[in-house]
Unconditional design. Structure first.
Length: 422
């Protein structure tokens, strides 16, 4: 069943030219303003002061700040970096450097953070998750990855490092919980700190993306599993079929396996030895270097109830002029009601959104909408604020239809409506 509605014109006008992760100059300026408030002012820690104004770096000049490490950040849709330093009030050569990275989505921030997590790291209760050693603290929260580094290892620097990190985490309003993909991983037999998120080219294949990678103890051995979120069941079928065809080119013994997921095959991969690939709904699970078939099958089966529980709240796909928006967490359909994650949705269409204890503010150029955070058309799930799509009906002018069977929202932008409102 499809319903025709009228919705939000001014923040959707970016859809005319398509959605891009590249930051326009207007967006960069707004992101800089949003990020500036995260840096603590003077006196955040006794005996310490801010030593420098914030310096900002975009994709064009991030190399000037972190050299070759910039490539790792680009792999996770890096948007902006803000950098500042703090020093003891008495001065001296030692200082604490603070870098805040806008990674576009919470999942990307988690992925970048986890890519730098080392096995010996000590977790600390800062942000959604953080770790520290004698001179550094790294943590992520919402779409931000934050890194602090002291040039001296002593108690005063460690205390200041912790105070600054906690102040930044407290100022970032957003997700505290682990990403939904990480929550889908079975916890039994998982090797602590092994979970990683890879955005593109999972296992070196361009057709595999959005993958959570983790290691498990299987029969006393360390084995790797991959969970891919293909966004839709149709896309998961395509990914599964493409992977199977790839394996058939080099392995004549690719075989279907019964009793696992919606469909499953095994193969002898030229890099990862024996593999088992399973499709469950919109997800694909890959077990690598399989030796103990029975134990591997048992672990794969434990994914099913977790995926089923997650699918009870159905992700909804949003299309603008035929182009699907990639937002994380995805829009949700509960019955006939559609809920949008306000921060990531606004970013995807080129708008700016902020959330505080009382209100939500969405800005696009010189226009602004303020929404009461206590409204019945807003709900919060794991720290993420969702807004009922119907909330915007009388504010904008965009034609859209809802296909309840496919969980899809199809939008068509009316150019003349936008021109009139300008």
């Amino acid at each position: 069943m499809k319903r025709e509605h009228t919705l939000l014109a001014f923040i959707f006008c970016i859809a005319i030219i398509g959605v891009s992760y590249s930051s326009t100059s207007a967006n960069v300026e707004q992101m800089q303003r949003d990020m500036e408030i995260f840096f603590p002012p003077e006196g955040i820690s006794v005996g310490w002061k801010r030593a420098s104004p914030t310096q900002f770096f975009t994709e064009e000049n991030l190399y000037e700040h972190i050299d070759g490490a910039a490539e790792s950040f680009f792999a996770y849709q890096f948007q902006l970096c803000g950098a500042a330093t703090y020093e003891p009030e008495q001065g001296g050569e030692d200082f604490i450097s603070v870098d805040i990275y806008d990674m576009n989505t919470p999942l990307n921030a988690y992925g970048m953070y986890r890519s730098e997590l080392y096995p010996e790291a000590k977790f600390v209760d800062i942000g959604a998750e953080g770790y520290a050693d004698s001179s550094s603290i790294n943590f992520w929260k919402d779409k931000y990855y934050v890194k602090l580094l002291a040039t001296r290892e002593d108690e005063s620097f460690l205390a200041a490092n912790t105070a600054i990190a906690q102040a930044i985490a407290d100022s970032i309003y957003g997700r505290y919980s682990m990403p939904y993909l990480a929550q889908l991983l079975p916890k039994e037999a998982i090797i602590e700190k092994s979970e990683k998120f890879v955005l593109d080219n999972v296992l070196g294949h361009e057709f595999l993306r959005n993958g959570m990678v983790a290691r498990y103890q299987i029969g006393g051995q360390d084995k790797q599993f991959v969970l891919l979120d293909c966004q839709t069941e149709e896309d998961s079928r395509g990914t599964f079929s493409t992977f199977k065809r790839y394996e058939e080119k080099s392995d004549k013994n690719v075989a279907d396996v019964a009793g696992l997921g919606d469909e499953c095959f095994s193969a002898q991969d030229k890099y990862y030895q024996r593999i088992i690939v399973v499709r469950m709904n919109k997800f694909v699970i890959i077990a690598l270097q399989v030796e103990n078939e029975e134990a591997t099958h048992a672990l794969i089966k434990t994914f099913a109830p977790r995926i089923s529980q997650m699918e009870s709240v159905r992700p909804a796909q949003i299309f603008f002029n035929g182009k699907r928006l990639d937002i994380s967490p995805p829009a949700q359909m509960k019955g006939q009601n559609i809920w949008l994650p306000v921060i990531s949705f606004s970013q995807a269409i080129g708008a700016s959104a902020t959330v505080d204890e009382e209100k939500i503010v969405i800005r696009y150029n010189d226009k602004e909408i303020q929404l009461n955070r206590e409204s019945s058309d807003i709900y919060i799930d794991d720290g993420t604020v969702f807004i009922n799509w119907e909330q915007f009906l009388n504010l904008m002018q965009v034609q859209y239809s809802v296909d309840s069977e496919k969980n899809e929202i199809l939008c068509t932008l009316k150019l003349d409506s936008i021109i009139e409102r300008r």
